[in-house]
Design a protein around this ligand. Structure first.
Ligand SMILES: NC(=O)c1ccc[n+]([C@@H]2O[C@H](COP(=O)([O-])OP(=O)(O)OC[C@H]3O[C@@H](n4cnc5c(N)ncnc54)[C@H](OP(=O)(O)O)[C@@H]3O)[C@@H](O)[C@H]2O)c1
Length: 243
C-alpha cells in the first residue's frame, strides 16, 4: 500500500518506518527538516519537507502521494518530555492535535485517502471504574493543564472518527519509553515505543473504524480489544540491528 506517514522522523515514526518498509509498503514520510529528510531517504522513505500548519502545502504533498492510508504520528513535545519545557509543550501539542489534525484530515479528504490512523493517548479517561475500556468518557471536565490536553485529544479523535468517508482509527497509546523517548521506563499506562509502532502497522490491515487502547497490561485500562482484533503484543520489539 501507499502510506503517507505524517511525523516519519519522530520517536514513533522512526521505529515505524522499518516495519512499514519490511511489510512491503511504499512510504511517503514528512519532516520539517532537510537534514532529517535526507536521513529518511537513506532509510528508504520518499521524504517530503512540510509544516502541518501550512494547510495548502500539506494538501499538495498528500495529494501527490495518493495514499491508501494516512498515518498521523504528529506531536509537538519537548525532547525527553523535559519538565522545564512541558507547560509550553502542552499548549503546542494541543494546537497540533486541534489544528494539525484538522489540516491533515482536510488534506486526506482532498486526496481521497480512504483510511486514517491517528496517535492519541490512553490516560485521558474521566475518573471512574477501572480498567477503562474505549467507550469510557474522556476527562473533558478536567481543570488546568489536563483540560488543555483533554480538549486537544477530544478534538483529534472527533476529527479522525467523524470525517466521512474517511475510515478513521484512533490508537490511544500509553506513556512511551524506549529508544529516542529519553526514558527507560514510564508510568502506567506504559508502552514501549516499538510496541507503539507495531500497533500502527497492525491497525493498517486489521483495525475497524473506532478506538483501540494500546498499552502494557495494568489495572488502569483494558487492552483486550487491541489484542483480540489486532493481535497487538505489548512485548513486541524491533531487532537490535534496526536501532
Ligand atoms: N504517548 C506518549 O507518551 C508520547 C507520544 C509522542 C511523543 N512522546 C514523547 O515526546 C518527546 C518528543 O517526541 P518526538 O521526538 O517524537 O518529537 P516531537 O517534537 O513530538 O515530533 C513528533 C513528530 O511530529 C512532527 N512535527 C511536529 N511539529 C510539526 C509541524 N508543525 N509540522 C510537521 N510535523 C511536525 C515532527 O517532525 P520533525 O521531523 O519536523 O521534527 C516529528 O516527526 C519524546 O520524549 C517522546 O517520547 C510521548
Amino acid at each position: 500500500m501507499r502510506i503517507f506517514l505524517a511525523g516519519a522522523a519522530g520517536a514513533i515514526g522512526r521505529r515505524l518506518v522499518p516495519l512499514l518498509l519490511d511489510a512491503g509498503h511504499r512510504v511517503v514520510g514528512t519532516t520539517r527538516s532537510t537534514t532529517k529528510a535526507n536521513a529518511l531517504r537513506s532509510a528508504g522513505v520518499e521524504a517530503v519537507v512540510v509544516d502541518v500548519f501550512d494547510a495548502a502545502a500539506l494538501s499538495r504533498v498528500v495529494c501527490s502521494a495518493r495514499p491508501d492510508i494516512v498515518l498521523h504520528q504528529l506531536t509537538d513535545l519537548p525532547p525527553g518530555l523535559d519538565p522545564a519545557l512541558m507547560a509550553e509543550g502542552t499548549l503546542r501539542n494541543a494546537r497540533m492535535r486541534r489544528e494539525g489534525t484538522r489540516n491533515l484530515v482536510a488534506a486526506a479528504l482532498t486526496a481521497g485517502a480512504p483510511r486514517l490512523v491517528t496517535q492519541s493517548i490512553a490516560w485521558m479517561y474521566a475518573p471512574g471504574p477501572q480498567p477503562h475500556g474505549q467507550d469510557d468518557p474522556l476527562d473533558v471536565h478536567a481543570a488546568g493543564t489536563r483540560a488543555v490536553t483533554a480538549d486537544g485529544v477530544a478534538t483529534l479523535e472527533r476529527l479522525t472518527l467523524a470525517s466521512p468517508p474517511i475510515d478513521g482509527v484512533v490508537l490511544r497509546y500509553g506513556h512511551l519509553y524506549g529508544p529516542a523517548t529519553g526514558a527507560d521506563a514510564a508510568e502506567i499506562p506504559s508502552l514501549h515505543v516499538d510496541a507503539a509502532a507495531s500497533a500502527a502497522l497492525l491497525a493498517i490491515k486489521k483495525a475497524r473504524r473506532g478506538i483501540y487502547n494500546i498499552a502494557e497490561p495494568s489495572g488502569y485500562l483494558s487492552t483486550d480489544k487491541a489484542r483480540r482484533e489486532l493481535g497487538f503484543d505489548p512485548s513486541f520489539r524491533l531487532a537490535a540491528s534496526v536501532a
